[in-house]
Ligand binder design. Sequence first.
Ligand SMILES: Cc1cc2nc3c(=O)[nH]c(=O)nc-3n(C[C@H](O)[C@H](O)[C@H](O)COP(=O)(O)OP(=O)(O)OC[C@H]3O[C@@H](n4cnc5c(N)ncnc54)[C@H](O)[C@@H]3O)c2cc1C
Length: 542
Amino acid sequence: MAAASKSVTRTPVLIVGGGPVGLGLAADLGWRGVACTVVEQGDGSIAHPRATAENARTMELFRRWGIAERVKEAGTPPDFPHTVLYLTSLTGHEIARFDRPGHGGTARTAISPERPQRCNQLWLDPILRDFAASFPTMTLKMRTRFESFIEENDRIIATVTDRDSGETRTIEADYLVACCGGASSIQDTLGIAMNGVPTLEYNLNIFFRVKDLWNYHDKGKAALHFFADAQGIWRTLVQIDGRELWRLGIRGQWHFENPDKIDASAMITEMVGCEIPHEVVSSLPWVARDLVADRYVQGRVFLAGDAAHQNTPSGGFGLNTGMGDVNDLGWKLAALVQGWGGPRMIDSYEAERRPVAARIVKQATDNFMRDRKRPSHPEIAMDTPAGAEARRKMGAAILESQSKVYLTDGTALGQLYDNSPIIWDDGTPPPEASVIEYRPTTRPGARAPHAWLGDGRSTLDLFGRGFTLVKLGADAPDSSQFESAFASRGVPLSVASLDDPVIGELYARHMVLVRPDGHVAWRGDTPPANPLAVVDRVRGAG
Ligand SMILES: Cc1cc2nc3c(=O)[nH]c(=O)nc-3n(C[C@H](O)[C@H](O)[C@H](O)COP(=O)(O)OP(=O)(O)OC[C@H]3O[C@@H](n4cnc5c(N)ncnc54)[C@H](O)[C@@H]3O)c2cc1C
């Protein structure tokens, strides 16, 4: 029986869940000087690898915090190719190949100061935890289960249980953020529905170890492998560390329900095409879902990460969409706690992030279903002219339809916050949406574009702590009244003057106001006629 409640503590922000999203939010709040408490029911150990792929936008967030290099060092070696292969088996026939020269490594690109990387949660979560814990304002309570909460008199009163002592404690908070993943109960408490398809497919993952698996076949190193048999695309093989760790994904409810009955070694042999030395480490049943919460905010409670949206792994969006939530919510909570943010900050989180998640979850489902429904041929694996023709046909169809699964800079960097109550829309049309291609724009709501500065930094390195007014060109107009309007409302602002014609053209206006999350809030060639109205809008008070 649980012991009676003994202690009450108070925190500005209570984060439920110490997965990557909860830890990322704690890190962002710490970086902004805002105190928070994270309660995590587990002990931080991870038995089985989940997300591996960080897109360029997630890496930009890590860059802002100063941990991008740590993530790269911990992840796949920089020269490991992020290639995607479709095969009959590793020693069998190749059907299609996507090389992704823009992924991994450190070479400079024009669209971002960071490239997509591969660092599995096995290493990423501890990096996030250590970084978040480096801020003395962060309290992390491991092996502590969140039980319930009530909202009363402008505060949250939460009950948590210490799993070791059984002691029940009360934590009072100004705000509560549910980062407790797919099994969160907070939506139920609030009556928030998860809309979509709860079960698209049952799966089982087998985590195993083979050193330098590429030495046993002739297809070379690759990050992702998909295997086709006579029925279609069936198993997947994911490289985890660029060295010796692998994850085999198997479809089907029977496998999901009977992880102890499957012959993992036989499946590995079948996938390779011959017996090889290997060590099975663990297995994890999981369900592919298509779900988005119908609300992200209620009162003082926010949903983020898998608690707000769950998608199939096709495209590698789950963790990245959660990190996008962190980037959007962190500065808004800081603004509310520090007192310069207005009430529309709260509504703006849902207005900005929910449509992004709805688009991405649909994209992930479409990606997933295209491979699941792909017609195959009984002779797909055969060394016959009919087999070669079946592979040619399937390969052409895969190349035609699946580029947008593996090349997603447009989705990562092109997220545009239309219809946000805290963006000053200038009425210009958005660039045509593209999954594959990122189209830079300073249209309000868009991520402010990257360009290299003369001193080797990125324009993105100018943003983050408060608002940044980027003034472009030697003839940029006087902004002192605009700056005074920020000061009069207590909103942090810095000014960056750039006199580079290439960046001037990219930014397209003499003045671009960038929010702490790197998105454009307002732009113009002259200062606003009513600067206070703009400041009040972008701080959620107008
Ligand atoms: C097989 C697989 C492969 C994936 N691959 C990718 C990929 O390549 N790229 C990608 O972007 N995403 C991928 N994902 C998705 C990714 O793993 C998730 O989106 C991500 O982990 C979500 O992070 P989160 O912090 O929101 O939730 P979680 O990681 O689920 O963390 C939630 C945390 O909350 C804790 N918690 C829950 N309830 C309570 C409670 N009552 N009290 C206290 N603590 C609680 C849990 O213990 C957990 O630590 C994959 C997922 C799977 C299953």
